[in-house]
Ligand binder design. Structure first.
Ligand code: CMP
Length: 449
């Protein structure tokens, strides 16, 4: 069974869509501007006949989603397809066009006698395939594989062009073009009339004469007025929503800037705040995990958490290769924080509440006054563990030397996991001991100024 969301199925759907569009363009055109079918047309008609028939077989061999559940059972699939969708697919797969053109090219259309017109009209049954295609284009718009606003806009233009084409074919059918002879000129003028009428421009250089033409022109103009309003409304809202995250970010920056000016923030602080928000925007598009997952059930929250923190989990040596249980235990408690260059994450002598893991960036372990640098830590390192395991004040200050993406782990969680995972506890304790003595030694050699 073919998975409904597999790449093969998607490519196949795109192929069927292309041939549906081709049929919807060529069939009305050839109806109003008949010409003997050349080998090119016969080939295209042959291909789309095969594609539409194959599509029925492929749909029968494809699993479907029902209420979010994947259905693989062939019998249920047949039943569902027969009750919905099959009739349209079957009727539009009947090769009346190919049949007629083959007869015509072998000079046998006379044998159809009075049924000739009837068969010509039956070719329009192909256009029924547009109905499932419309449903498909809606699915593509909501599949979020691409920017939905962009896809919506593309389809909007596509349908406008299709409607203009059909409008032009209708105009040719009611022969509103006078004695113009060749097909190309006829079609171009009809398309020009159709577009100017649909867009309510109506220059009035091509005018309806007979009653039928006037009625047709009125109908197209009325549809045009509706279409015009619909399109303008849609484009306005699409442009507004095209980059909703960016718009929200700019709005937030505007509010922050106004507030900082109103409260007379020092220029340096203003710049620092702006830089911080710019970094948040550039590094994570302003999204934070808590607001993103707040409505999700806890199992899904954990999955998202594991995914978002995969980078830090891969980088930090004590996380790598540890039991799954350990990662699952702490992943939900790791809280992301960002520091800008020069920020003090905490100062020596403070009470410790959290330890930190570096996902990206560089921090300096410095003396209380910031004059001596004891160590520099980077991606995958952790710090702030000594105060938590010894219940002593912070042994040093920590300063961000670059933009730092860190994760904090609170003391309670750390104590709980250390209790259950003695290997990791051993590693952290050993590290704390080694670092504490190295810093103590350095303090002796380089006393604070
Ligand atoms: P804590 O004492 O809680 O706060 C300061 C942190 O700096 C400390 O925990 C260690 O994690 C870290 N630290 C202190 N000394 C060193 C060192 N010599 N090398 C690396 N990290 C250190």
């Amino acid at each position: 069974m073919l998975h409904p969301e597999s790449a093969q199925k998607r490519y196949w759907e795109i192929l069927v869509f292309i041939f549906t569009v081709l049929a919807s363009v060529i069939i009305p055109y050839r109806f109003v501007l008949p010409a003997p079918a050349g080998p090119g047309i016969l080939l295209i008609e042959g291909i789309w006949s095969v594609v539409f028939i194959l599509n029925i077989l492929i749909t029968l061999r494809s699993a479907v989603f029902h209420n979010g559940i994947l259905i693989n059972d062939p019998k249920t699939i047949y039943r569902k397809y027969l009750s919905k969708g099959f009739a349209l697919d079957f009727i539009s797969a009947l090769p009346f066009d190919l049949f007629f053109d083959l007869l015509e090219s072998s000079g046998m259309t006379n044998s159809l006698g009075p049924y000739t017109q009837f068969i010509l009209i039956l070719r329009f049954l192909r256009l029924l395939r547009l109905i499932p295609s419309i449903r498909l284009t809606h699915q593509w718009q909501h599949s979020h594989l691409f920017n939905p606003s962009l896809v919506h806009m593309l389809f909007l233009f596509f349908w406008i062009l299709m409607i203009a084409h059909w409008g032009a074919c209708g105009w040719i059918y009611f022969s509103g073009l006078g004695p113009v002879q060749d097909h190309y000129t006829k079609y171009i003028r009809a398309l020009y009339w159709s577009i100017t009428t649909l867009t309510t421009i109506g220059y009035g250089d091509i005018v309806p004469v007979t009653n039928t033409q006037i009625i047709y022109a009125m109908l197209v103009a009325i549809s045009g007025a509706g279409l015009y309003g619909y399109v303008i409304g849609n484009i306005a809202s699409l442009l507004a929503n095209m980059n909703i995250a960016k718009t929200q970010h700019l709005e937030k920056m505007k509010t922050i800037n106004t507030f900082m000016r109103y409260k007379d923030f020092p220029t340096e602080l203003q710049q620092k705040i702006r830089k911080y928000y710019t970094y948040l925007w550039e590094s994570r598009r302003d999204y934070d995990e808590v607001s993103l997952t707040k409505d999700m059930p806890s199992s899904l929250k954990r999955e998202v958490s594991l995914f978002l923190k995969r980078e830090v989990i891969e980088k930090v040596p004590i996380f790598r290769g540890t039991e799954d249980g350990f990662i699952k235990e702490i992943v939900m408690h790791l809280k992301p924080v960002v520091y800008t260059p020069g920020d003090f994450i905490f100062h020596a002598g403070e009470i410790g509440h959290d330890m930190y893991f570096i996902s990206k960036g560089v921090v300096e372990i410095v003396s209380g006054d910031g004059s001596n640098v004891y160590a520099t830590l980077t991606d995958g390192d952790f710090f702030g563990e000594i105060a938590l395991v010894t219940n002593q004040p912070r042994t040093a200050s920590v300063r961000a030397a670059d933009y730092c993406d860190l994760y904090t782990l609170d003391k309670k969680t750390l104590e709980r996991v250390l209790e259950h995972f003695p290997d990791i506890a051993g590693h952290i304790h050993a590290m704390a001991k080694e670092r504490a003595s190295s810093t103590a030694e350095q303090k002796m050699q380089m006393p604070e100024k």
